[in-house]
Ligand binder design. Structure first.
Ligand code: PLP
Length: 265
């Protein structure tokens, strides 16, 4: 039977990330965000975490071959408009995903997830160096201050440190680096977007809340979706930061821990 096609085709976004049973971060946050931003979410699950708003109780990492199979299945059937990567867990998975991305002609947003807001590790310590080749494939890499320091060896304690680390990431091959300012003290929060062409400092008020679980996932998924919708990079980043500010401001009081960001606000 012929398919009845909707005249408006949402752009397809692929998220390669871990599952968060608590629904606040990971694949679940990505799918909610991608759909809220007008995309069609597809996914490749890298690992299954048993967690809630308070902690990660256990993690089961999938074989890298299964991650590859999911990427291939999505690539085989969809015109992927953008990709985002989140929790990749091991060096082996990072390498397989990097290889898969060579086959995708679409912008890639790399959120170099290392540690959950609860403090639980989400990446093997020996996998940190494997990120370099994935970063070289990225249209935007979105580290927080701690992740930027691991990737560049530059201490990011203020905006100037963020700019320096951003230049380092661009030198590694990223088209752009968005250094998130949330972990750096001060008011307002200043996020820094560094490209070959210059530096944009994007300020926004700090929202005092402990409910930040899922914020990095939400931001990177939103950027990927806005890029897939054809926004230029600066607009995609600014619209996503606006969305994240609302997501944190109107956070959800779910679970017994600090809660979660509101992905579709
Ligand atoms: N991916 C998974 C599966 C997670 O569980 C988490 C945090 O718990 C993250 C990514 C990173 O979350 P955030 O967006 O808070 O940085």
């Amino acid at each position: 039977m012929a398919r009845v096609r909707n005249p408006v085709e949402p752009p397809v976004v692929l998220t390669v990330a871990g599952s968060d049973s608590g629904g606040g971060a990971g694949i679940q946050a990505d799918i909610k965000t991608i759909e809220a931003c007008g995309g069609f979410a597809t996914s490749a699950v890298t690992s299954v975490t048993a967690q809630h708003t308070r902690s990660v109780e256990s993690t089961h990492v999938l074989p890298s071959g299964e991650v590859t199979s999911q990427c291939v299945a999505v690539r085989d059937d969809f015109a992927v408009g953008a990709v985002k990567t989140g929790m990749l867990a091991t060096a082996d998975i990072i390498e397989c995903v990097t290889e898969q991305l060579h086959e995708v002609d679409a912008p890639v947003v790399v959120d170099p997830v290392m540690v959950a807001a609860s403090g639980d590790r989400l990446l093997d310590p020996d996998a940190e160096s494997a990120y370099e080749s994935l970063i070289a494939e990225s249209a935007v890499v979105t580290p927080n201050a701690d992740e930027a320091e691991v990737l560049t060896d530059i201490a990011v304690t203020d905006t100037e440190g963020a700019v320096e680390a951003g230049h380092d990431l661009v030198e590694m091959g990223a088209d752009a680096a968005l250094l998130k300012g949330g972990h750096v003290s001060g008011e307002p929060v200043v996020d820094v977007l560094v490209t070959d062409g210059g530096v944009e400092r994007i300020s926004h008020p700090r929202v005092e809340t402990a409910a930040t679980h899922g914020s990095g996932c939400t931001l990177s998924a939103a950027i990927a979706t806005h890029l897939a919708r054809g926004r230029d990079r600066s607009t995609a980043v600014r619209e996503s930061i606006d969305l994240l500010e609302r997501a944190v401001r109107y956070g959800l009081d779910v679970g017994q821990g600090p809660g979660a960001v509101h992905h579709s606000v």
